[in-house]
Design a protein around this ligand. Sequence first.
Ligand SMILES: *Cc1c(COP(=O)(O)O)cnc(C)c1O
Length: 387
Amino acid sequence: MIPYGRQDITEEDIQSVVDILRSDFLTQGNTTNIFESRLATYCHAKYAIVTNSATSALHLSCLALDLQAGDYVWTSSISFVASSNCALYCGAQIDFIDIELSTGNICINSLENKLIKASAVNKLPKIVIAVHMAGNSCDMVALHQLSLKYGFKIIEDASHAIGARYLDQPVGNCQFSDITVFSFHPVKIITTGEGGCATTNNNLLAKKMAMLRSHGITRDKKEMLIPSDQEWYYEQILLGYNYRLTDIQAALGISQMNRVDDYVLKRNAIANIYTHGLKGLPVEPPSITQHAYSSYHLYIIRIQPNLVAKSRDEVFSQLRNLGIGVNFHYIPIFMQPYYQKFGLDPKDFPNACAYYKQAISLPIFPRLTDIDQNYIIASASKVLLKN
Ligand SMILES: *Cc1c(COP(=O)(O)O)cnc(C)c1O
C-alpha cells in the first residue's frame, strides 16, 4: 500500500538524536531553546514556544488568551478535532463556521453572516481558530478585518502549514493573528515524533504560554509574589501543565528544519503533477487562496457528484484495493458522537456536509516516487471513468 503520508528521516537526523542521548540533558537543556529561536527566525515571529504536541500548543494558546467558561470559540467545521477540543478543555462553548468548498477553509462570507447574527444576541466569539487546511492559508486579511470590527482574537491552526506562505511572508509571522500553532506529528511537514509550537509577537502571551507549559512555575525574581534571595526558590503562580518537548525531539526538529523548504518545494511539485495528470477527470483539484503558497500537507480532490456514477466511498475502496492508501480529512467535527450534545444542526453547514461526501486525500509526501505517482494517476482515471 502506498501510504497517504510518510516522514522523511536522514542519517543526519539520526545522528543529531544520538548526540543528545550521549549528552547531559535529555530534556530542559539548551536544545529546545535553539529549536525555538530557529522556528521564530524562520517564521519571522518574535517568539516561539515548543510543546509536546500541537494539541497542547492550542490549549496553551486558549489559556494565554484568557479563555473562560461561558466564552465562545468558533473554528472550522472541517478540521481535526483538536482544533475545537482546546476550547472545551477551557470550559468554553464551541461553534463552527461553514467552509468554502474550493479550499476547505472557513468561508469568510458565512463567518460574517454568523457574526452579524451573534452580535444581535450578544454571543460573539472571544476567539476564532482559523485552520489552514492542507497547508493553504485562510484569507487572513479579511479575517483580520472582521476581528477588528467584532473584537475577537485569532489563533491560526497551522498544523499543516509550516513552510507555507501568505502575502509573500511565512505563515507563523502572526501579522494578522495573535498566535499561530504548528504540529510536528510524523505525517505533517516536519516531525519531532510528537511535538508542536506556538508563535507570537506578543511578549505577555509568550511568557504566559512558556509558564503554563511547565506547571505555571516561574524562576524569574521579577515575577515572584514572595521575595527571596535563595537560589533554589521558585514559585507556582498559575495552574499549568507538563507540555514540554524533550531535547531529543528538539534535536530532530532542528535537523528537519534544514530541509523544510525542500520538502515544501517537493510537495508543490507533486501537487502540480496531480493537477495536470487528473485534468479531464470528473474531480475538482484543490484551490489555493489568493496570495498564498501552500505547503501541501494534503492533496485533496473532490469527486464531482453529478459527473461520477460512483459514490466517494466506492471510489475510495476501489483505490484502496489497487494498493493506494487514500485517506479522508476530515469528518465535520459537529458530527462526531462526542459533539452531538451541543445540538448543532448540519443544515447550518451545507458546504461542510457536501465536502464530507466528496473529498479524498491522495498520497503526498517528499519521497513519493514518480513511478508511484503515475500509478496513482492511472488508477484514479481507471476508477473514475469506468463503471
Ligand atoms: C494534526 C493536527 C492537530 C494536532 O496535532 P498534534 O501535534 O497531533 O497534537 C491539530 N489541528 C490540525 C488541523 C491537525 O491536522
